[in-house]
Ligand binder design. Structure first.
Ligand code: T4K
Length: 382
């Protein structure tokens, strides 16, 4: 969705400033790879670029087995099928609609668990009371790239015999004590949508630890086809094309530089917004290498009129389009609102966060002076 402000203030940015902009690699780095496609006339179905990209990506992410997909949502759908999840799965309401929707598409009931206020991830201490005889798994999200409490989640899962999927759509390149974020749980999903730090325009991946599961996922994403005359399971078309792999290889060359630029911008935000009343900055977790996918502040309403929604609306007048990821909560969507776990009384922290969060613009081509200007506008609204 491309936003335009209806009325601009005289001091507004000349061009719209969006919450993010995709990495644009040197066009020649992309076209050189396209030439290889033209030479071979091979566009999809595990071409040479697909294989090269998958290998390079697994190395970059420090993970053993990675399957490329055409988007993160199809990857997540496949993960649920691969683990044979059914009945109920415990998940978070503070996420993008794709997370609970993949459960629904698998005829699984999402059970919403409240979040913990610091990272805004699923609160591992609240999982156990939600487990019933129907529960088969946990689908947790590393929200904004901040890792979940993977140890606590593993303990509950082992104790109660549950499978764990991590939705790491926001967590490309994040590391916990030097370990790639994809190494936790039974399956980890990544999204390579254009709005993500690392992207292939549309794309995604599933990461697993064992070769048998990897082989099964590879089959599942290609209709279950083993050979021309052998189809062994009812799979789906989750394949990534050569065009997307070509873009991914070109973007991969730029992603570390992009992360560095975003890191510097995040520092400017932190300095410029430090000590602002009723505004809190994103948490920093010891031992975690962040990817700076988002820069999210929380604005706590104090009755003065300075609130998240006020800042969000006012910024538009300056041609700045922040985003309220994730408002409303998934548990507030019509489709889910009648579930017992959607009762707001059970989700106080998630409700509070969804009314307070604001994702401010962050991407490599944004200049530090632009960030300072955005911060001055926010401070002037106080
Ligand atoms: N799980 C989680 C936790 C997720 O956040 C997501 C996706 C998924 C699963 C599913 O993964 P995928 O199936 O998508 O691989 C965006 C993305 O479309 C979505 O992928 C993402 N999460 C979500 C958090 O953000 P929108 O509807 O906010 O995007 P949109 O089109 O409004 O774009 C936001 C801004 O980005 C625009 O204001 C301008 C900029 N932009 C966008 C596009 C598409 C560009 O500069 N260029 C572009 O090509 O959902």
């Amino acid at each position: 969705m491309k936003e335009r402000s209806p009325r601009l203030a005289p001091e507004a940015f000349e061009e719209p400033v969006y919450v993010t902009r995709p990495i644009l690699p040197d066009l020649r780095a992309f076209t050189a790879r396209l030439e290889r496609i033209w030479e071979t006339r091979w566009f999809t179905n595990k071409g040479a670029l697909h294989e090269e990209f998958g290998t390079e990506l697994a190395r970059y992410l420090k993970v053993p087995y990675l399957s490329l997909f055409n988007n993160g949502t199809i990857a997540l759908l496949t993960a649920c099928r691969c683990l044979e999840l059914s009945g109920e799965v415990i998940t978070t309401p503070f996420t993008f609609p794709a997370t609970p929707h993949v459960l629904t598409w698998n005829h699984i009931t999402p059970v919403f668990c409240d979040i913990e206020p610091r990272t805004m991830n699923m609160d591992a201490r609240r999982i156990e009371p939600l487990i019933t005889r129907e529960t088969t798994g946990i689908l947790a999200v590393h929200v904004y790239g901040a890792p979940c409490d993977v140890q606590a989640i593993r303990e509950v899962a082992v104790r109660r015999g549950l499978k764990v999927i991590y939705d790491a759509a926001h967590a490309f390149g994040v590391e916990v004590n030097g370990e790639g974020i994809g190494n936790f749980g039974d399956v980890t999903m990544m999204s390579f949508h254009a709005t993500k730090l690392f992207h292939t325009a549309e794309g995604g991946a599933l990461i697993v630890k064992d070769p048998e599961r990897h082989a099964r996922i590879e089959l599942m994403k290609n209709f279950g086809i083993v050979s021309e005359e052998e189809v062994v399971l009812p799979g789906i078309n989750g394949k990534m094309s050569e065009l997307h792999a070509a873009l991914g290889l070109a973007v991969l060359e730029c992603v570390s530089g992009e992360m560095e630029k975003r890191k510097r911008l995040a520092e400017v935000y932190r300095q410029s917004l430090a000590n602002m009343e009723n505004l809190s900055l994103p948490c920093e977790i010891p031992g975690v290498k962040s990817n700076y996918q988002y820069f999210v502040v929380r604005i706590h309403p104090d009755g003065s009129g300075f609130s998240r929604d006020y800042v969000y609306e006012k910024l538009k007048e300056y041609n700045v389009f922040a985003r309220k990821y994730f408002f409303p909560l998934c548990s507030e969507y019509g489709h889910y609102a009648r579930l017992p776990s959607s009762n707001p009384r059970g989700l106080p922290q998630a409700l509070k966060a969804s009314r307070e969060v604001l994702c401010l613009p962050i991407y490599g081509d944004l200049k530090p002076e632009d960030v300072r200007r955005i911060c001055s506008i926010i401070k002037s609204l106080r």
